[in-house]
Design a protein around this ligand. Sequence first.
Ligand code: 13P
Length: 274
Amino acid sequence: MTIISAKKEGGYMPKTLTVANWKMNGNRKLWKELAREVTAGMSEINTKVVLATPAAAFADVSSFLSEHSKVSLGAQDIHQQSSGAHTGDISAEMVKDFGGKYTLVGHSERRLEHHEKGFLLNDKVKQAIKEGLVPIFCFGESLGQKENGRTLSVLEEQVNEALEGVVLKTGEELVLAYEPVWAISSSAGSLGREPSEGELSEVFEFIYKLLLERFGESVASNVKLLYGGSVKADNVAKIISNRYIAGVLVGGASLKADSFLAIARGVASKPNEV
Ligand code: 13P
């Protein structure tokens, strides 16, 4: 891979972001407790966070977030179309109606359990941007793909498919989250270990280079790149020290306010403006 020039490396410094993915966990009592404690705790922490909650939690969670500039609501998925006969799905407009600003797209659990990939995820990314939601596009290789030495080619294919035809004005309309399936603590086929610093550097330099080639530096340098997979309070400092990592996507550790806030505090220690 071509080494990125020092000038271009220096250009990557987007604002930091910490995303909670609650997955299919909790109940109204837990959701309200988490939303209350996270919003209170964030008053002392200089970064932004997103709570990607089950759709059933939107009403409860959003009641804590109105006027809160540091904590946003996000969905875990949206349909690629605006409305219609799509039983069980939710639209970007519904997310926005509750004040939501973000949506995950292409999480590995949706790829695995709902067979989402390729064109469909590209359509979801475009739909989110068209409707004014920021897609947090998730990508990552499986253990088998890693063991076969296919990590970079798999990531390149996933990212290129998702971004085909995507037009960005500033780069702030898009977030990419690298989540190697083998590192996600709860996923099937997971080793539940975080990547080494060398593994992170190789992947994130590669992804940033793909963005540079596709969008040019002024846009690429505003696209937030997140890491997700077994992020905890005690490993966030190491992860966030990578120059291309602007934040993290947190599963299990986001279900307790104190551990999630400790992670957000770790992300906030990165010397980027919020
Ligand atoms: P864990 O933090 O539980 O490993 O989950 C990561 C993830 O899938 C977040 O989207």
